[in-house]
Design a protein. Structure first.
Length: 687
């Protein structure tokens, strides 16, 4: 019998009991009303009714009572009937109470048995977990309330600041440029005028709290499913694209190939919650210095992710049991959206929220850590005042072996010990870190402009490109953590005590694909230049930087020719290709004057590649407002246009244009047609 049925039976029993009590009261009142109609002899009966008023009458008139006792009692039988009725009513009432009590006991026993059975069933369904797994789950547990930046902003500035921020959007908009406002209005979506989303749907989201001004639309076919429930207690999830969503994804790839931002904006207007388009347009807004619009689009993407999650995902995340496979492109979009959102939160200094999001990315794949969260989580913990939580992570058995040899973990751990009033452990940890990575301490002294470098670390340099890269990653991003009077004095004191630093770590550690991906996502040209060229050359798209080599795509998102022909006429396609080819050629000519287009049928990748060692080129790249990744994509697009022009029969015209352009610069391209003539001319010159 179910709990609901038992509760219904209990309510019916209580109602029955209440009705019987009311019926008994009505019988008593009827008897009292009918009592004056009895004869005088019945009223003079001597039975004991337990009435206090009758006792008082007996005390006041004893002589009268004596005379009444001598009188006959013909109505004694009616009084006995009345007494029997009262006794019967009391007995019935007591029986009902006993029955109700016994029934309640049965209900309680049934409920208890159901709860015990349910707990046994759950215990039997859950796999037996070892203490190490339980400890890992506890370390990776996520507080979903900590993922919402509004909660931290409310703690920092109060509720009034958030209300004022939402009530005055026009004041913020006046500070933006006309172009930025145009982009913000365009990406708002044509459905935004129809009204806001349902308030309940806006609030109930694990990742982002929705906004009323966002477009009213569905996720477009984005959903999540359970892939596997593993024996160790973890649950693997994956995002899934429906057929309609896959069609929009192919349209997105076609828009990216056209290199026209306006097409992306138009695609976003009709598909306001398409993840790839939101991420790409957010990146465009970031390049235009419109960080408010960029952050809003990132929040919209994470909101769409949040309302598409599986019903058990939130509980699994809070328990540290949710896992996702980075090899799936649909899952990688969540990693990218979360990482860019972390950068946007850092601009607002909501470091507590940043740390919680960083832990979320770490918990989804703690074994592989594809975004190398380990290289930055220590700094986020210090800024978010989560030193003790970070120390617990770093000292756990699971992460201690995986994070061994990371200079940022060892250096920041010493600072975390000191800030948690563990001065002795902090000094010892810093002494060991400086002795193990003396070049990092020397670089930190240089960045903090401390002139008196101790002899033990003076002149120390990284021994490999990997050590150079991780040193620069740490010093550039964590120098302000050490730029305090207390931290500086501690650093100088401990570094002066290090007399001989003899690192025993392997110096030939390579720069992995994950570390390269992490560096490219920083969007810092100085750091990207430290990544080996073979890795940076593999970057094809900013929407999926350096996908893993064992990629597991669920479908082919490449736009086919059959999907493009109905949109444009053949002569329109040719005209657009020629125009785009000309624009890209002019762009590279203004960026690098020595740029040369690739020869027809040849490999021009090396000639398209900018020389980052040339400071003039680096300065011009920065002036364009584009990242190195975007410039490289344009170079690849230029080569693709060359092949497209050949396929469309525009080889002669393209060759003529390239020939005229190069001859004007004083150099003629070498082709198969004039190669033989050049050889004869060279022979004549030698003769």
């Amino acid at each position: 019998m179910s709990t609901r049925a038992l509760r219904k039976a209990q309510r019916e029993l209580e109602e029955k009991k209440r009705l019987e009590e009311l019926a008994a009261d009505e019988d008593e009142s009827e008897e009292e009303v009918a009592q004056p109609k009895a004869s005088m002899f019945a009223m003079l009966g001597g039975e004991d009714d337990g009435n206090d008023d009758e006792d008082e009458d007996e005390q006041e008139e004893p002589s009268k009572q004596e005379s009444e006792e001598e009188a006959p009692r013909p109505q004694a039988s009616s009084s006995k009937k009345k007494k029997k009725k009262k006794k019967k009513a009391k007995a019935t009432k007591a029986a009902d109470e006993n029955e109700a009590t016994s029934t309640m006991d049965e209900i309680d026993r049934a409920l208890q048995s159901l709860s015990v059975t349910e707990s046994k069933t759950q215990a039997s369904d859950e796999p037996q977990q070892d203490p190490a797994s339980q400890e890992l789950f506890r370390l990776l547990s996520i507080d979903s309330q900590g993922l919402h930046a509004q909660n931290e902003m409310r703690k920092l500035f109060g509720r009034a600041a958030l209300e004022r921020d939402t009530e005055e959007p026009a004041g913020r908009q006046r500070g933006r440029g006309a172009r930025q406002m145009g982009l913000a209005n365009a990406v708002a979506g044509r459905n935004a005028r129809g009204g806001g989303l349902v308030s309940l749907g806006l609030r109930r989201n694990i990742f982002i709290q929705g906004k009323e001004e966002w477009p009213r639309a569905t996720s477009g076919g984005l959903s999540m499913e359970v892939v596997e429930k593993r024996a160790d207690g973890t649950i693997e999830y994956r995002y899934v694209h429906s057929g309609a969503y896959q069609d929009v994804q192919r349209q997105f790839e076609a828009c990216v190939a056209s290199m026209d931002p306006q097409r992306l904006v138009q695609l976003l207007q009709f598909n306001p919650y398409h993840i790839s388009t939101l991420l790409q347009v957010s990146d465009i807004a970031k390049q235009e210095r419109d960080h408010a619009t960029s952050g809003d689009l990132l929040e919209r993407a994470l909101f769409s992710f949040g309302r598409s999650v599986h019903s058990t995902f939130s509980n699994s995340v809070s328990q540290g049991k949710a896992r996702m496979d980075f090899r799936r492109p649909e899952n990688r979009e969540f990693w990218l959206a979360a990482w860019r959102y972390i950068a946007n939160l850092g601009m607002r200094s909501t470091w507590r929220t940043v740390y919680e999001w960083t832990k979320l990315l770490l918990s989804l794949d703690p074994e592989n850590d594809p975004y190398c969260v380990r290289l930055v989580i220590d700094q986020f913990a210090i800024r978010g005042r989560q030193q003790q939580d970070f120390l617990t992570l770093a000292q756990s058995d699971f992460f201690k072996s995986r994070w061994n040899g990371l200079p940022n973990i060892d250096m920041t751990s010493s600072l975390a010990f000191v800030q948690t009033s563990q001065m002795g452990q902090g000094r010892q940890a810093l002494y060991s870190a400086i002795g193990r990575y003396p070049w990092l301490a020397a670089r930190l002294f240089q960045e903090l402009e401390i002139n008196d470098t101790p002899p033990g670390i003076w002149g120390k340099q990284p021994r490999s490109p990997y050590e150079h890269l991780v040193t620069e990653l740490y010093v550039i991003r964590a120098k302000d953590l050490w730029n305090t009077a207390e931290a500086k004095s501690l650093l100088i004191e401990v570094a002066s005590a290090v007399h001989s630093a003899t690192p025993k770590d392997d110096a030939d550690q390579p720069i992995t694909r994950d570390v390269a991906r992490h560096t490219i996502l920083t969007d810092n040209p100085a750091l990207i230049s430290a990544v080996p060229r073979p890795l940076t050359a593999q970057v094809q798209s900013s929407s999926d930087p350096l996908p893993p080599e064992d990629n597991l795509p669920s479908y082919d998102a490449t736009p086919t020719t059959s999907r493009r022909v109905p949109v444009f006429e053949p002569h329109q396609v040719e005209a657009e290709l020629r125009e785009e080819h000309s624009n890209l050629r002019a762009f590279f000519e203004s960026l690098v004057p020595w740029f040369r287009a690739p020869e027809q049928g040849g490999d021009g990748a090396q000639r398209l590649e900018p020389d980052l060692q040339n400071q003039e080129v680096v300065d011009r790249m920065r002036e364009t407002g584009l990242s190195f990744q975007e410039i490289w994509e344009r170079a690849q697009r230029f080569e693709n246009l060359q092949g497209a022009l050949e396929a469309l029969g525009q080889v002669d015209q393209a060759d003529a244009e390239l020939h005229d352009w190069m001859v004007e610069d004083g150099e003629e391209p070498e082709t198969e047609d004039n190669a033989e003539g050049h050889e004869r001319q060279d022979d004549a010159d030698r003769t």
